[in-house]
Design a protein around this ligand. Structure first.
Ligand code: ATP
Length: 360
């Protein structure tokens, strides 16, 4: 890529920059470590390819960087931008030189996640960056570990800064249905085509924090469908009001025309949980008999018929609760399911929308 752009070590960029190294490459072009021959300072220069779409994105990134000029890059944990210039037909943006991305830092330093002491300052600094960014009514929209830079890996605690405003936009200009960035860090509203705003970045921040602790992605799906499935399995469905607004909701959810009252479904779900509990009694002599199962109120014909999706959702709830090792199974015969109920509150029962063909 660097060669395609005619950028190699020793090349001159603009009037006064000598390329010392290529430090980042991507679809957009390259990022080069350069020395300013006037000041002798080393900087990072992002050289964008001259293709129409990329040029447009560079122009939009510059507009955002100008908008953020009111923010102090050091106290706001945002990369310092020193302006732009043209090298042939390529737009070049000059930034302060930072050390390495948080992604690479993690790979280098840790195999199994960070400690609380290491994580806290990173969270504080990223929340600071977002608080300032959001105060300008701008959404970053591409927050992920490669877009967080460590200023100096040898400093403790480490200092981090937010980079890459290539997908950032003023909240007022967010286009409903726009889908971009990395699916692993995308909030459900974007995946579903629901209008999004600053809160989108908070979702990504939450996922980054989970990743810092776990040492792996929380929602590592390869496709939008997979990622949505992970979300639903661990957190339940987005509320109907959200699903109703999604331009793409029907790609992933069945809409039920025949609305079953939420309260009935909730009752139904509790009954199934209680039925399963009575089969899983540790004391074999107290375990429910097959004929008692058939007489269980779960099969009461007055209760609205369950769709396969609802039953599958219950199965997943059960499996997930166990996989998490939670105290989800209350003592048999208690009549209530505290663990399950707690999960049940976050695993909201499908009301009007039922998840499409998820394997149980
Ligand atoms: N100021 C900087 N100092 C040091 N390295 C940087 C700097 N800015 C960017 N980089 C490096 O270049 C990489 C690409 O930069 P950036 O994220 O701005 O471009 P991008 O257009 O978003 O790339 P991508 O297509 O990978 O998202 C970063 O991941 C980082 O490794």
């Amino acid at each position: 890529m660097a060669k395609n752009l005619g950028i190699t070590k020793g090349s001159t960029l603009g009037n006064c920059h000598i390329v010392e190294d290529i430090i980042g490459e991507g679809g957009f072009g390259v990022v080069a470590k350069c020395r300013n021959t006037d000041t002798n300072k080393t900087v990072a220069i992002k050289i964008n390819k001259s293709e129409a779409g990329i040029l447009q994105q560079a122009v939009e990134e510059i507009a955002i960087l100008k908008r953020l000029r009111c923010l102090n890059p050091d106290t706001c944990n945002i990369v310092r931008w020193d302006g732009f210039f043209f090298h042939k037909e390529n737009i070049c943006m000059t930034f302060e030189l930072l050390d390495q991305s948080l992604y690479h830092y993690l790979q280098e330093q840790h195999t199994r996640g960070l400690t609380m002491g290491e994580l806290k300052p990173i969270l504080h600094q990223l929340a600071t960056a977002l608080a300032h960014l959001h105060s300008t009514e701008t959404v970053h929209a591409d927050l992920k570990p490669v877009n967080v830079m460590v200023v100096n890996r040898d400093q403790h605690p480490i200092q981090v800064k937010l980079i890459d405003f290539g997908l950032a936009c003023p909240v007022s200009e967010v286009k409903q249905g726009a889908c971009f960035g990395t699916v692993w860090y995308s909030a459900p509203e974007m995946l579903l085509g629901v209008p999004f705003k600053e809160s989108f970045d908070m979702w990504s921040l939450g996922l980054i924090m989970a990743e810092l602790i776990l040492g792996c992605h929380l929602y590592p799906g390869k496709t939008v469908y997979d990622v949505l499935r992970f979300m639903v399995e661990t957190q339940g469905q987005p509320p109907d009001e959200v699903l109703d607004q999604g331009l793409y909701t029907e790609n992933y959810f069945f809409k039920q025309n025949n609305r079953t009252p939420h309260v009935e479904l909730e009752k139904d779900r509790k009954m199934l949980v209680s039925l399963i509990k009575s089969m899983l009694n540790m004391d074999a002599s107290k375990r429910i008999m097959a004929r008692e199962v058939l007489q269980h109120p779960f099969f009461d014909p007055s209760i609205p018929e369950r769709t396969p999706g609802q039953v599958a959702s219950l199965c997943r709830l059960y499996k997930t609760t166990h996989a998490q090792g939670g105290n989800s199974m209350p003592s048999p015969g208690s009549g209530t399911e505290p663990g399950f109920l707690l999960q049940g509150e976050s695993f909201s029962a499908p009301k009007t929308l039922i998840k499409k063909s998820l394997p149980c």
